[in-house]
Design a protein around this ligand. Sequence first.
Ligand code: AMP
Ligand code: MG
Length: 498
Amino acid sequence: MTTTSPAAPFAGLAFDHTYARDLAGASVPVRAAVAPAPRLVRVNRALAEELGLDADALASDAGVRVLAGTDVPPGAQPVALAYAGHQFGGFSPQLGDGRALLLGELLDRRGRRVDLHLKGSGRTPFARGGDGKATLGPVLREYLMGEAMAALGIPTTRALAAVTTGEQVWRERPLPGAVLARVASSHLRVGTFEFFAARDDRAALARLVDYAIARHDPALRDHPRKALALLAAVGERQARLVARWMLVGFIHGVMNTDNVTISGETIDYGPCAFMDAYDPATVYSSIDRDGRYAYGNQPRIAQWNLARLGEALLTLIHDDLETAAADATEVVRGFAATYQAHWLAGLRAKLGLPGPLADGDAALGDDFLALLAADGVDFTLGFRALGPAATGDVAALDELFPTAAAYQPWLERWRARLGSAATAATAAAMAQVNPAFIARNHRVEDALAAAVERNDFRPFDTLLGILARPFDDQPAHAAQMAPPPRAQQRTHRTFCGT
Ligand code: AMP
Ligand code: MG
């Protein structure tokens, strides 16, 4: 039986609105701008399926108007979220969704609550000087990067769809306007807490803690020290997340506190990129002039951001602020060890090291990284080459290093540590953690340029397909594994997604 009553959810979009309902003052109702001629670019069918949504309905004309924000589907109450944030170290008490809105919350097939959010849907009261719009290139970049991260098994927000609006948006030159429909397990950020802390609104902060716990840490509901426990839980998730980034060479590029989630998902793909040659100082973003958010700085920036959450929560952590500060500091200090444990566990898996942690394991990993750095070897290919080397096939290593002598002493140490684990099974396990394919920046840029400049989506679709299976050898696409020529690597800058 088909239901056609006007109250029936469109395309399976049965919205709830706990955020707007439970958190007064944390959002404002908004209407999206009207897109003159919305057109579907891509709908993420696999994700739609997980969410129990009707991908065909979303791809229809009526669906595309919903995805552009132009039509509000039954049950949706669009709101823009308020937040604050430390941007490049400086505090802005009033940021918020300036060009985005939350349509509402959905329950996925497994009953998990997610936000459905439109980015590029027009000005909101938080827009300040901005036009509220997004352009096709950055929308496709976020789509591609989010899907690449999801396929790598890294927590992330995801693209449900991308549409163009039919409008030209001015960014130094006219570009196609676009809207990204994004799904997140929530849009709570460190900056959401900073928003209320900056206003000394302790009651709202307490509600926010309860709300965050309900969504992300239900086991902490009756914890005697909820705010402190939430801080620790966020620290744990962020430590794990950033370790996962580091293990695949991902550089977020704008780790401002408004881009740091409470859920532990990667969010707000702007000038992000994957590192080619291993170098901790690698920066892609054109606006990150001092390298604050360089690859190698990410763990300590994550800890710095956690400290900002601790500060925002201080009045709820303890009535005595000195005690509160001591307790928060202890959690924030603990981040370093938690991060290190996640990083080391991941690094050991990348090296195929068996059994419990041995004394020399960390040094073995560090020394391999030092070899990559010394010869400017590609991070991803360097680790991928170790799988076959576990069983004696060093052809891939030979292609990466100038001479076998460069890696030979390390290789012998490593194989001695592997011992009886130097097997095909170990090599296969390594291939499941050392991707063959990452979203290489030069490929991403080529794909976006083809789409935006020539309306040719073939490179985008090819790349998206390859990145959906990052751990598989895909011989037909072997050329896509390669980094760009060395001289080109750092000249490819990335720009903020506005
Ligand atoms: P982002 O760098 O995308 O995380 O954005 C930082 C802040 O700037 C957020 O509050 C955004 O909503 C806002 N913002 C970015 N681009 C625009 C735009 N084109 N119009 C209005 N606000 C924007
Ligand atoms: Mg942001």
